[in-house]
Design a binder for this molecule. Structure first.
Ligand code: S3P
Length: 445
């Protein structure tokens, strides 16, 4: 049975490092594979999503040497991930990929399918990208439209809307593209296709999404210029192998930050967490709510800011109003922010968040439905929700919809609730955070 029973925790205490950053790990494998010469990736995330990217690159003819670094925490049932490792990749340049012998399975990973759509659009061979049941319902039109404008042969199921996606790439021309949605996955797909295009490609975002691609591609030798919401890339530049040290994942740390804030006698330190400002909107939101969070020992790791985070429980939290422009910097923290809102005094409103409906699950619906079962008072809107706090949560039988961030957020809710909560579909945590329940156990001991 893929379930766990959790009950109220007295405190969260201790020090730990979160799993390596998922977004940065995906990019490190793809960019290394497109580079000439050797790249070494340290602290690579070995989780289901990033293993999907690694396997895809192998299918495209890239040799990847994996040096596994013990100890490996035991995995939740059904998991096939590990934790972190070192990868050595010897690429052959942007034209060094081979036509895959079979359909490429991107599993549950939106980042894999979207970024690879960009890469494969630049390559003059036939390829098909697909994924699991959840991924096959996620929108692909947002990458297909600009990639077609660049000249790629690309089509998909359901009037070019959903995976599988079939691509015959090559002969791309540069475009100037204004993106209708703020999405780092779409921006990255166009930037990668832009590497193959004749001329300079420019992308204009409606709001700033995470900028790991811009930072890392530059360190591999790409010519990228960022000016506010505009990003330009010069086509035809060769990438050169380099070293990447992946920081800890802020989105994984977020579950424990909120756990510590909501469980009274808590005191935790999370070490080596990426604090890229395009990712840490949750910190600003929590501080505004009255949380006790300290960020210190700020340093630089492979072009990304990293810090240690200390947080203590017990502070009274107040409701907050989150509007559209704040969403991109906390997009993946929506589920756990909903849990915090149930314990904050007053009406928390999160609007302009319609993107959450097309994530690994419809996260607005998933969180509203499941938190209501635990006693939360929630009103759902097309583009978000409002949560009236503070409400005592009670144990219930909870569905994760096999969405990793929903499973982990509801696990934290279970530690705050009276009674016992059973959460179904917990092996989904292996998508991004193998070892999540081991850390949870250690902190609550
Ligand atoms: C990601 C970008 C975000 C985020 C996802 C990872 C990335 O998606 O939700 O978990 O690595 O670029 P969108 O770009 O679609 O908003």
């Amino acid at each position: 049975m893929d379930r766990i029973e959790l009950s109220k925790a007295k405190s969260f205490k201790g020090k730990f490092s979160p799993t390596p950053d998922k977004s940065i790990s995906h990019r490190a494998v793809i960019f290394s594979s497109l580079s000439k010469g050797e790249s070494i990736i340290r602290n690579f995330l070995r989780a289901e999503d990033t293993i999907s990217t690694m396997n895809a690159m192998k299918m495209l003819g890239i040799e990847i040497q994996e040096n596994l670094i013990p100890p490996f925490p035991p995995l939740a049932k059904g998991g096939k991930g590990g934790f972190s490792g070192e990868l050595v990749i010897n690429g052959n340049g942007i034209y060094g990929l081979k036509e895959p012998f079979n359909v490429i399975d991107c599993g549950n990973s939106g980042t894999t399918i979207r970024m690879l759509s960009g890469v494969l659009s630049g390559n003059p061979f036939f390829s098909v990208l697909t994924g699991d049941e959840s991924l096959r319902t996620r929108p692909m039109g947002r990458v297909i439209t600009p990639l077609r404008q660049m000249g790629a042969g690309i089509m998909a199921r359901g009037e070019d809307r959903y995976p599988p996606v079939a691509i015959k790439g090559g002969g791309l021309n540069a475009i100037r593209y204004t993106m209708p949605v703020a999405s780092a996955q779409v921006k990255s797909a166009i930037l990668l296709a832009g590497l193959y295009a004749d001329g300079e490609t420019e992308i204009i975002e409606p709001a700033k999404s995470r900028d790991h691609t811009e930072r890392m591609l530059s360190s591999f030798g790409a010519e990228i210029n960022v000016d506010g919401l505009s990003v330009r890339i010069k086509g035809g530049t060769e990438l050169k192998g380099t070293g990447v040290h992946v920081p800890g994942d802020f989105s994984s740390a977020a579950f424990f930050i909120i756990g510590a804030l909501l469980i009274k006698d808590s005191d935790i330190t999370i070490e080596g967490v990426g604090i890229n400002p395009t990712r840490t909107g949750l910190i600003s939101a929590l501080k505004e709510m009255g949380a006790d969070i300290e960020i210190y020992n700020i340093r630089n790791l492979s072009g990304e800011p990293v810090a240690d985070i200390h947080c203590k429980g017990g502070a009274e939290l107040n409701a907050i109003n989150i509007t559209k422009e704040k969403i991109p910097a906390l997009i993946d923290e929506f589920p756990i922010l909903c849990v915090a809102a149930t314990q904050a005094e007053g009406l928390t409103t999160i609007r302009g968040a319609e993107e959450l409906r097309v994530k690994e699950s419809d996260r607005i619906k998933s969180m509203a439905t499941e938190l209501r079962k635990m006693g939360a008072e929630i009103e759902e809107f097309d583009d978000g929700l409002s949560i009236m706090g503070k409400r005592r949560l009670k144990g219930a039988f909870i569905e994760s919809y096999r969405d990793h961030r929903v499973a982990m957020s509801l696990s934290i809710a279970a530690l705050v609730a009276d009674g016992t909560t059973t959460i179904n579909g917990i092996s989904s945590v292996n998508i991004s955070f193998p070892g999540f329940f081991e850390i949870l156990r250690r902190l609550t001991k």
